[in-house]
Design a protein around this ligand. Structure first.
Ligand SMILES: *Cc1c(COP(=O)(O)O)cnc(C)c1O
Length: 482
């Protein structure tokens, strides 16, 4: 078994019968196309049966199993029990819907098995092309650098490291921050990954100070200026401010122009966490609300949210590419480049971030932008904001419901007036009708609908509102939601 007929050890993992493999592979592709095409007919989410979970507690698979059998297990045990973000009724957290185009592009990338750490290859040119488009979207100069990363959590972290290197020089890479008493700012509504970046960087989360928000959940810029002044007086060195373009709770956009102005005057690095909102630059009627983003020193955002690119596809853009490179570039002998043959094309992506081996995230992004075009992607973004306003109007019409935060973008926080919103949200998730999530808005637990998926339509909004009212009514009548 282990040895082939000619007594040679069989080490290749390629199929023996390519024709059979081809047929099976086509079945797998057809199944996934069918899945996306008919996803609306499925529940958004459904609980995982215990026996299904138990099937995934077996010991290490030693013996081969046919591809068709493993695929059957996938179809039966995995595919039906995902989060549901491909489904138009999914409105929890901030999840992108993906596209069939991104899906097949992912297959092409896997076929090439390209490692985008560096070297002279067209896949790197594809990433550079996307980077150039990103510069164009945000009005950044030619000298700006960009890099795909897993997501905005990593992109925020990379931005912080570049900012720190900009403030303290490259010495910080060797000596750490020593006795520098640095401090930084983000709003109370900023995403947890900003504080996490300070933790990961060994600077401690206390280095990050939280600026209060105004009634629209935007950073209170007057207070920011005041905090910087006081911190300086007390001997601290303010060096970094992170504004948010589209907060995760309510979709609020900080006053980017004003924060840029303060950062400029105070010599702070101006970072924008645009995970959710930055790509609204593609939607002409929303883009003006991001005025000031073109002044950022760095922008972190996700193609896998509003950009509809399949997971994962985070991105960091840095105004001064040289600062970015000199934050990460190293001189390891095995990465030596003479600028010849395969080793040409320096600097390489691995000079701009902590990853050496990197996948081809750029390909699915390039396909998505080429096939749909920036305009259509922008229309999908506008469409989700329109649906959020429609949801707002439906909530205002229903006497049992209340709006709990202003609708700024594509996120709506609301609730059943006298009800247990956590119970209602869980009940709706279990019903498979829709999948909202929850958050705290001013000490109140809100049902939160973030409309990110390009497939979501008015009928899905209606189904959500009707479900909240129905579950709320039945809970308040003391029924168990059956
Ligand atoms: C989603 C999100 C993040 C984190 O991005 P990931 O891609 O999940 O790492 C950061 N900030 C904001 C505002 C977000 O919405």
């Amino acid at each position: 078994m282990l040895f082939a007929d000619n007594d040679r050890m069989e080490t290749t993992l390629d199929p023996q019968d390519w024709e059979e493999f081809r047929k099976q592979a086509h079945r797998m592709l057809d199944d996934m196309i069918g899945y996306v095409e008919h996803v609306r007919d499925r529940p958004v989410w459904q609980p995982i049966p215990e026996e299904t979970r138990a099937n995934f507690r077996e010991s290490l698979a030693q013996r081969p199993m046919s591809l068709s059998r493993v695929h059957e297990i996938f179809m039966h045990d995995v595919l039906p029990y995902t989060v549901g973000n491909v489904h138009p009724g999914f409105m929890g957290w901030v999840h992108g819907g993906g596209t069939p185009v991104g899906m097949v592009a992912e297959m092409l990338a896997a076929g090439l098995n390209a490692n985008l750490g560096g070297r002279d290859q067209m896949p790197i040119e594809v990433e550079k092309q996307v980077t150039a488009w990103v510069r164009e979207i945000f009005g950044f100069p030619e000298t700006a650098s960009g890099l795909f990363l897993t997501g905005t959590s990593m992109a925020n972290y990379v931005a912080l490291l570049v900012a720190r290197r900009a403030f303290l020089g490259t010495d910080v890479r060797k000596k750490g921050i020593r006795d520098h008493r640095l401090c930084a700012y983000a709003s109370r509504s900023a995403h947890g990954s900003i504080a996490q970046a300070f933790d990961l960087a060994g600077m401690g989360t206390d280095t990050l100070k939280f600026v209060p928000v105004n009634e629209k959940f935007e950073m209170d810029v007057e207070v920011l200026a005041e905090m910087i002044r006081k911190d300086r007086e007390s001997g601290l060195s303010p060096f970094f401010v992170a504004a948010t373009a589209g907060t995760v709770d309510t979709g609020a956009i900080d006053n980017l122009e004003k924060i840029a102005e303060i950062a400029e005057a105070e010599g702070l690095w101006f970072h924008v966490d645009g995970a959710l909102g930055a790509l609204a630059m593609l939607a002409p009627e929303i883009a003006p609300r991001l005025n000031g983003i073109e002044l950022a020193d760095s922008i972190a955002f996700d193609f896998h949210k509003w950009g509809q690119v399949p997971y994962d596809a985070g991105f960091i853009l840095v105004r001064e590419g040289e600062l970015h490179r000199s934050t990460f570039a190293a001189h390891e002998p095995y990465l030596m480049r003479e600028g010849k043959a395969l080793a040409a094309g320096s600097p390489w992506p691995c000079d701009f971030g902590p990853d050496l081996s990197r996948g081809f995230r750029a390909l699915k992004t390039w396909f998505t932008i080429k096939v749909y075009g920036a305009e259509r992607l922008g229309q999908a973004i506008s469409g989700t904001c329109e649906l959020a306003r429609y949801l707002e109007s439906r909530i205002l019409e229903e006497p049992e419901l209340e709006l709990l935060a202003p609708v700024s973008l594509n996120i709506v926080c609301f609730g059943y007036r006298e009800g247990d919103n956590a119970e209602i949200a869980a009940g709706i998730q279990e019903s498979g009708i829709a999948a909202p999530s929850t958050t705290m808005v001013k000490d109140k637990l809100a049902i939160r609908a973030a409309i990110v998926n390009h497939r979501t339509a008015r009928e899905d909004i209606d189904a959500l509102v009707d479900a909240v009212v129905a579950f709320g009514n039945s809970l308040s009548r003391g029924e168990n939601g059956e």
